[in-house]
Design a protein around this ligand. Sequence first.
Ligand SMILES: Cc1ncc(COP(=O)(O)O)c(C=O)c1O
Length: 368
Amino acid sequence: MLTPDEQRTAVECFARAVADGALTSGPAAAEFEDALAEFLAVPHAVATSSGTDALIIALRAVGVGPGDEVILPANSFAATENAVWACEATPVLVDVDPVRLTLDPALVEAAVTPRTRAILPVHLYGRLADMTALADIARQHSLYLVEDACQAIGVTGVGQHADAAVLSFNPYKNFGLTGKAGAVVLRDAELAGAARRLAYHGFDPERKNVKQDAFGLNAKIDNSTAAVAMGLLPRLTLNNYRRAFLAKRYLDGLADLAADGAAILPAFTPDHAWHLFSVRTAAGTAARDEIRRHLHTVGAVETDIYYPVLTHQQQTPVHRKHFAHLTLPLTEQAHATIFHLPLHNQMSLSEQDRVIEALHDAFRATAH
Ligand SMILES: Cc1ncc(COP(=O)(O)O)c(C=O)c1O
C-alpha cells in the first residue's frame, strides 16, 4: 500500500502520462530503465510488464530452451518455476541452506548435468542467496546464473554476480507500483539487447516493427507505469530502511522466544531487503497452525505462509510426473513450521508492539 504522499505522486505522474497520451510507449520507460540501472549500479535494465515476464525474458535471453535443465529451489512463488516451463525447459529442484532458506551451493553443484543450462536462485523473503559461491559454480561449469531478485530490490549485490537479475514491482513488493511491472538487469550489452528484443516482439529497437529475432513477447513496461516508477524510485531506500528497522524491532521484541528455543527467527544481516519477516515454530506444524489460529482469533493479527505448497508437492499431473519421488528434507522441514508476520512500510510502532505481544500470548497459550 502506498502512503498518502506516494499516492499523490503516483497519481500526478500517471496523470501527466495520460495527458501526454504516452500510455504504452513513451519517454518515461527509457528514463526509468536508466534510473534503475544507476540505482543498482548495473549497466543495463529492461523494464517489463511483470516480474514473471522478466523471468521468462531473462531465461530466454541466456538461451534456456527445450531440453535444458534449470536448477532452482522449491520454496518460491510459482512464477519462478513457471518461467522455466515457459521456456520448455525442465526445473531441477535442489534443497536449501537451512538458515538462509536459499539454494545450497554444494547441492547445486551436485545437481549439475550435461543438460544444465542455468542456475536460478531465489532471494527468498529478501535475503540474498550465496551468490559468490553460486557464481563460482556457474563459472566452473559454464552455466548461466539468473537471480530471481523479485523480493530483494535495494540489497547491495543484486545484479552484481549474475548474468541477469529479475525484479518485480507488483504492489506487494518493496518497490510496489500501481500495477504489475518488473525488470531484468544485466551486465552484458549483448544479453541486454536480446532481453530488450524478447520484451517486444523480437523487434530491432532502432527500427520500428522490423524484427531482428523470430520471437518476442509483448512485455515492455507501460510508459504510464514507468512514469509512476520514476516518481516513486527516490523513496525506495527510505522504505527499505523502514522495513529493516521494523525487522530489527521484531527480532528484539521476540528475542526471548528465540532464546528459550520456542521460535526460530531470521538473522539480522545486511544482505536482506526484509520483504517478509518469517518465524518458525520449534514445536512442529500443529503448533505453528495453532499459534496462527490463536493470533487470528484472539490477537486479531493476520499471518500468512509463503509458500503453503512447495513446488515439488503441487498436485498437477506434470508435477506428479516430475517430482513424485523427490524429497527436499531441509526445504520441507523449514516450510512445515514457517509463517510470516505483518511487515510493511506504513506499519506503526504501536501496531508492531501489538503483534509482538499477541505472538507472546499465542506461544504461551499454545505451549503444551
Ligand atoms: C520470488 C518471486 N518470483 C517471481 C515473482 C513474480 O513477480 P510478478 O508478480 O511481478 O510477476 C514474485 C512475485 O510475485 C516473487 O515473489
